[in-house]
Design a binder for this molecule. Structure first.
Ligand code: NZQ
Ligand code: ZN
Length: 386
């Protein structure tokens, strides 16, 4: 196992009725900016619960943060934070609202020339404005990690950011919010969290026996709960399992001491930036071709995954590894997710070259666990995903 240092300071309040505890989690005398998305919280009762819990506080609101949170819109919220002397941010939403809030937490205290530098120059945030979250959509793990991904529509760019100053102070995870989530977003949450585990697992062995078992158990749990939660999002037990699995998939725990990949995400972000395809779906498009073209480096782990997660017992190591790739694609498809780029856009020709050129221009010479996925290889991966 590799060396590591691990600290996750986010307090989790999990279960029914936890939203009312907001009042004790936010410091007295805070002036709060309540951030939310396109309005789902006003239809499903979450907004009312939050407002009730915060009745003793001074609150300003900022709604309208879109899926794939947009820089231009967030700059408007930044103005509100400064004009209103806000001291605490509260994100009520899915990954997009939480990520947007992380950007604001960083940008408020940023002393550089323009907040865009935080993204384009990948400046790590050591200290941000304090914030908490009320999660409404299990998927990204953003509620318990310190990363965010922000989009700039005018330039069709989507960049990651983060740093130890961007962990939420607390996150409220009430599985009852799941019942109002549309099927498409539930499927996205299952596929995104599944891929988060894969990105931290499908590399090479460093004898991280416990980390491997953690990862495999999350994958198995997601596979097990998927049909139940898709069938009935109001099934509380399934919702609780789904929600906690998504959080555990990307709160840092399973990546300690082991190599991670993240090439699928880095390529997937470009597909969202170019075509607006849902984040999780871009991952389902890229996974099979990435694993196929990096087969030699990943085959031991792929075979272990096939054996332990999918119970593939027959065949050679290579055959099992290939079966693991196929099982993954079939799993995405079982969620109702299409796995080829051409199923999302007719405009796909040339995408591989565009993405490879972007990587080159940014100096991303080699991504993946070995740094071997060059822009040229990225081009092949995307082309194979058409
Ligand atoms: O905007 P509203 O009206 O709230 O509707 C949202 C949105 O349309 C809706 N929704 C959320 N909770 C709901 C609900 N509808 C009904 N009932 C509820 N309880 O769902 C839609 C999608 O929401 P969004 O927040 O965009 O989804 P998700 O949580 O999948 O977040 C995706 C974003 O997170 C980034 C992605 O790139 C993407 O921008 N990621 C963030 C990561 C991180 N911070 O660690 C890691 C991920 O890999 C990912 O890149
Ligand atoms: Zn993701």
């Amino acid at each position: 196992m590799n060396n590591f240092q691990y600290k996750n300071p986010t307090k989790i309040l999990f279960g029914k009725g936890q939203i009312e505890n907001l009042t004790t989690e936010i410091p007295d005398n805070s002036k709060i900016l309540l951030l939310y998305g396109g309005g789902s919280i006003k239809k499903n009762g979450v907004y009312d619960q939050v407002k009730k819990a915060l009745s003793k506080f001074n609150i300003v609101e900022f709604g309208g943060i879109p899926a794939n949170p947009e820089y231009e819109i967030l700059l408007k919220a930044l103005k509100v934070i400064k004009a209103e002397n806000i001291t605490f941010l509260l994100a009520v939403g899915g990954g997009s609202v939480i990520d947007g809030t992380k950007f604001l937490s960083a940008a408020t205290l940023f002393e550089g020339e323009t907040p865009w530098d935080i993204l384009s120059k990948n400046i790590r945030t050591l200290k941000g404005m304090p914030f908490g979250t009320v999660l409404t959509l299990p998927a990204t793990g953003s509620e318990m990690n310190s990363g965010a991904v922000i989009t700039r529509r005018e330039t069709k760019e989507k960049f990651a950011m983060g740093g130890p100053g961007l962990f939420p102070q607390f996150s409220i995870l009430d599985p009852e919010v799941v019942k109002s989530i549309p099927q498409r977003q539930i499927a996205n949450g299952l596929a995104d969290s599944f891929t988060h585990v894969l990105e931290q697992y499908m590399t090479y062995s460093v004898n991280g026996l416990l980390q491997d078992r953690f990862a495999e158990s999350i994958l198995q749990t997601i596979i097990e709960v998927a049909p139940a939660i898709l069938k009935n999002p109001a099934d509380y037990d399934a919702a609780a399992t789904f929600m906690w699995s998504c959080t555990m998939a990307l709160n840092g725990l399973i990546q300690q001491g082991v190599p991670s990949d993240w090439a699928i995400h880095m390529i997937g972000h470009e597909l969202t930036a170019l075509y607006g395809i849902d984040h999780a779906r871009t991952l389902a498009i890229i996974t099979e071709s990435h694993y196929t073209l990096n087969f030699e480096d990943k085959k031991e782990k792929l075979a272990q995954y096939a054996e332990r997660v999918w119970k593939v017992t027959d065949g050679t190591l290579e055959e099992k590894a290939k079966a693991g790739i196929k099982k993954t694609t079939t799993f995405f498809q079982s969620l109702g997710i299409k796995t080829k780029l051409s199923e999302y856009t007719t405009d796909y020709k040339g995408t591989a070259e565009i993405i490879s050129k972007r990587f080159e221009e940014r100096g991303w010479k080699g991504i993946g666990e070995h740094g071997k996925v060059t822009p040229k290889l990225v081009e092949k991966i995307v082309e194979m995903s058409y």
